[in-house]
Design a protein around this ligand. Structure first.
Ligand code: FYN
Ligand code: ADP
Length: 578
C-alpha cells in the first residue's frame, strides 16, 4: 500500500507561510500527508467549513444526501485501494447515519475512517444538553475496529495516524475518529503544527507466515484426493492477483470464488467449480480457504452443505478467525500476498495435479448446470424475467470486463451472482458478509470516483429504494454510473395481497409500474424505460458509451422471484414448514 505521497503537494496556506495553523488545516494537512485525496461526506455543523477548506486545499470532497451512503462509498474506496476511505459527518444524527456503514465496513474487513464532529466533552460528560449532545466515541466503540478522540490541536497528527494504521493494518476494518467542534478553531504555532503531523510509515506491514505452517499446509494438500480452493473477498482485497492465479493454476485444483472474489480468475476459467458448487462442497476432502470465513455464507463449514468429513487449510491475517466454526487442520497466518508467495515457493515446480476422476466429475456437473443455464438465458419472455434481463448485462460485462458491477437485492443479487461472469479482480461490489441492502449508490459512486471506469449497478427495486436519492449525487458529479432497476413491483415480487382484505396493499408491494427512470431525468441524467431485452441492451450500451449518469427502469414480470431469493430458508416461516 502506498500510504504516503512522495512529495505531498504544497497547499495554499503553506505557500503563504502563516505564523499559526488552526485545527481545520491540521486535519487537512495530516490527511494529505498520508495520501488521502478524497473525502466522502455531508456538510453541516461543525464540519461545513472543513469540507470547504479541504476542497480548497485540493482534496476531492464528494458530498452525499445521506451519511450512510457516504460511509458506504468510503468503505468501497478502501476495499478498492487498500487506503482507508474517509467519511466525514456532522455530530449525533449524522454520526449515527454513518455508523451503519462503519459497522458494515468492519464486518466486511474494508478499511475506512468515519470522522465526525461532536459535542464538547465537558458538556456531554455532565449531560448538560449540548447541541446534538451524544457520547459518540462510546457508541462507536463496539461497532468498529478502533475508535479515538482528539481534544488538542497538537494531537491531530497522532489521531489521524493512529486511525490510518488501525484501519489498514492486520485485518482491515472501520475506525471512528471523534473531533469535538472546538478542536477546529484551536490554533498553534505553524512550524510546531507541521512538526506534529505524522506520515505513517508502512501502515499495513506484510505479515510473513511461519515456515512450518506453510509446510503443514502443503503436506496436507498433497494428501488430498478431492482438493478445493475457496477464494474470499480477503483474497480480492489483498491485490496478490498474479500469485493467487499462479497458485490455482499450478496446483490444478478446482476453485470456488465467493461473490466478491469473482474475477480473481475469469469466471469462465476451466478450473472454476462455481457451476458445481453444491457438488464440490459436498465431496471435497481438503478445502483451502484463502481470505474467506466459514460463516453463514458457507454454512459454518458443517452440516448437509458439507457432506462428509473435511480437512481445512485456512489462510488468513486474523489468527482468531481460525477454529471459529470448525477445526482447522492447517492454519497459515499472514497477509495473503505473503502466504500465497510462500506456498508457491514451498510447492516447487513438480506438483501432482488432482486425480482426473475428481476434475471430470466436477466438469460433468458443471456442464449440466451450464447447459440448463444457457437455455434459460436464451429465452426472451415478455415481460422480461430476472434471467433474460441479466443475460443482457452478462453480455455487456463480457464486452467491457473493466466495468465495475455493483449488485444488491434478493433475486436480483442471487441470479446476478451466477449469471453475470466477472473477468477481472475487484470488479464486483455487493452486499457482502451481512447481506445488507442499501450499499448500491454509495458503492457505485466510490467505484466511479476511484476508478473512472463504467459502473453498472444491478439493483433490486427494493434495494434501490434504500439509497435512491443519491441519484442526484451521481448526476451532480456526472459519474459514469448506469443503474439498472429490476422493477417487479415489490420486495421479492409484486403479487402479495393484504390478508385482511383491507384497502392497504401488502407490506411487500410497491406502486405498480413505477417509473424509476423519471427520478434520473429529474436531475438531468438519462432515463430509459426498458420493457424488452432489446431496449435494455440499447440503453445499457448507450450508457456505457456515453459515460452519462443513466437509470434504466427494467420492467420484470411481477410474478417472478422467490421470497428472499436463495436464502428463503432463513425466514422463520420457511423453517416452520420443514
Ligand atoms: C452457479 N451456478 C451456476 C452458475 N454459477 N449454474 C450455471 N451457470 C453458472 N455460471 C449454480 C451453482 O452450482 C448452484 O447450483 C446454484 O447455481 C447456486 O449457485 P450460487 O448462487 O453460487 O450458490 P448458493 O447455493 O446460492 O450459495 C449460497 C450463498 C449464496 C448463501 C453463498 O446464496 C449467497 O451468497 N447469498 C447471499 C444472500 C444475501 O446476502 N442476500 C441479500 C439479502 S436478501 P448447485 O450446485 O446445483 O446447487 C434479503 O432478503
Ligand atoms: P467472503 O465473504 O468473500 O468469504 P470474508 O469477508 O468472509 O470473505 O473473509 C475475508 C477474510 O479475509 C477475513 O477473515 C479477513 O481477516 C481476511 N483478510 C482480509 N484481508 C486480508 C489480507 N490482506 N491478508 C490475509 N487475510 C485477509
Amino acid at each position: 500500500m502506498s500510504a504516503v505521497l512522495a512529495n505531498p503537494p504544497a497547499t495554499s496556506h503553506e505557500q503563504e507561510e502563516p505564523t499559526t495553523i488552526d485545527g481545520f488545516h491540521l486535519v487537512i494537512d495530516a490527511l494529505k500527508l498520508n495520501g488521502i485525496d478524497t473525502i466522502f461526506g455531508l456538510p453541516g455543523i461543525p464540519i461545513t467549513d472543513l469540507t470547504r477548506m479541504a476542497q480548497a486545499e485540493g482534496i476531492r470532497v464528494i458530498s452525499f444526501r445521506h451519511e450512510q451512503h457516504a460511509g458506504n462509498a468510503a468503505a468501497a474506496a478502501g476495499f478498492l485501494t487498500q487506503k482507508p476511505g474517509i467519511c466525514l459527518t456532522v455530530s449525533a444524527p449524522g454520526f449515527l447515519n454513518g455508523l451503519t456503514a462503519l459497522a458494515n465496513a468492519t464486518t466486511n474487513c474494508f478499511p475506512m475512517i468515519l470522522i465526525s464532529g461532536s459535542s464538547e466533552r465537558e458538556i456531554v460528560d455532565l449531560q448538560q444538553g449540548d447541541y446534538e449532545e451524544m457520547d459518540q466515541l462510546a457508541i462507536a466503540k463496539p461497532l468498529c475496529k478502533a475508535a479515538y478522540r482528539v481534544l488538542h490541536a497538537q494531537d491531530i497528527g497522532v489521531g489521524i495516524a493512529r486511525a490510518i494504521r488501525a484501519a489498514v493494518s492486520g485485518r482491515p476494518g472501520g475506525v471512528y475518529l471523534d473531533l469535538p467542534a472546538k478542536l477546529f478553531a484551536q490554533t498553534m504555532e505553524a512550524a510546531a503544527g507541521k512538526k506534529s503531523l505524522i506520515r505513517v510509515v508502512d501502515p499495513a506491514p506484510r505479515q510473513i507466515p511461519a515456515t512450518d505452517a506453510v509446510r503443514r499446509a502443503l503436506d496436507l494438500l498433497k494428501t488430498a484426493k478431492k482438493p478445493l480452493i475457496l477464494l474470499g473477498k480477503g483474497a480480492a482485497y489483498a491485490q496478490a492477483d498474479a500469485d493467487i492465479r499462479a497458485l490455482v493454476e499450478r496446483t490444478g485444483i478446482p476453485y470456488l470464488p465467493m461473490s466478491m472474489a469473482k474475477g480473481l480468475l475469469p469466471d469462465t476459467h476451466a478450473q472454476s467449480a462455481a457451476a458445481a458448487r453444491s457438488y464440490v462442497l459436498q465431496e471435497a476432502d481438503v478445502v483451502m480457504l484463502i481470505g474467506a470465513r466459514l460463516n453463514w455464507l458457507l454454512s459454518h463449514g458443517k452440516g448437509k452443505t458439507w457432506g462428509g468429513p473435511k480437512q481445512f487449510i485456512q489462510i488468513d491475517i486474523a489468527p482468531t478467525e481460525i477454529d471459529s466454526n470448525v477445526a482447522i487442520a492447517a492454519p497459515v497466518i499472514g497477509d495473503i500476498g505473503s502466504c500465497v508467495s510462500a506456498l508457491l515457493t514451498g510447492m516447487g515446480s513438480a506438483w501432482a495435479k488432482p486425480p482426473a476422476e475428481w476434475t471430470a466429475a466436477i466438469d460433468e456437473r458443471k456442464d449440466k448446470n451450464l447447459s440448463k443455464m444457457a437455455v434459460t438465458l436464451a429465452a426472451r419472455p415478455s415481460p422480461m424475467n430476472f434471467q433474460s434481463a441479466l443475460s443482457v448485462i452478462r453480455d455487456a460485462v463480457k464486452a467491457r470486463p473493466d466495468a465495475i458491477v455493483v449488485n444488491e437485492g434478493a433475486n436480483t443479487l442471487d441470479f446476478a451472482r451466477s449469471i453475470v461472469d466477472m473477468y477481472e479482480p475487484r470488479k464486483r461490489l455487493d452486499v457482502g458478509t451481512w447481506g445488507i441492502m442499501g450499499i448500491g449508490m454509495g458503492f457505485a459512486v466510490a467505484a466511479a470516483v476511484v476508478t473512472g471506469k463504467p459502473v453498472i449497478a444491478i439493483e433490486g427495486d427494493s434495494a434501490f429504494g434504500f439509497s435512491g436519492m443519491e441519484v442526484e449525487t451521481i448526476c451532480r458529479y456526472n459519474l459514469p454510473v448506469c443503474i439498472v432497476v429490476f422493477n417487479n413491483n415489490g420486495v421479492y415480487r409484486g403479487t402479495d395481497v393484504n390478508a385482511s382484505g383491507g384497502a392497504d396493499v401488502a407490506p411487500t408491494v410497491f406502486v405498480k409500474n413505477a417509473r424509476y427512470d423519471k427520478l434520473m431525468e429529474a436531475f438531468g441524467g438519462v432515463g430509459v424505460h426498458a420493457t424488452t431485452a432489446d431496449e435494455l441492451e440499447r440503453g445499457l450500451a448507450e450508457a456505457i458509451a456515453s459515460g452519462r449518469p443513466t437509470l434504466i427502469n427494467a420492467v420484470i414480470d411481477e410474478t417472478a422471484g422467490t421470497e428472499s431469493g436463495r436464502i428463503t430458508s432463513l425466514n422463520p416461516s420457511a423453517a416452520k414448514k420443514k
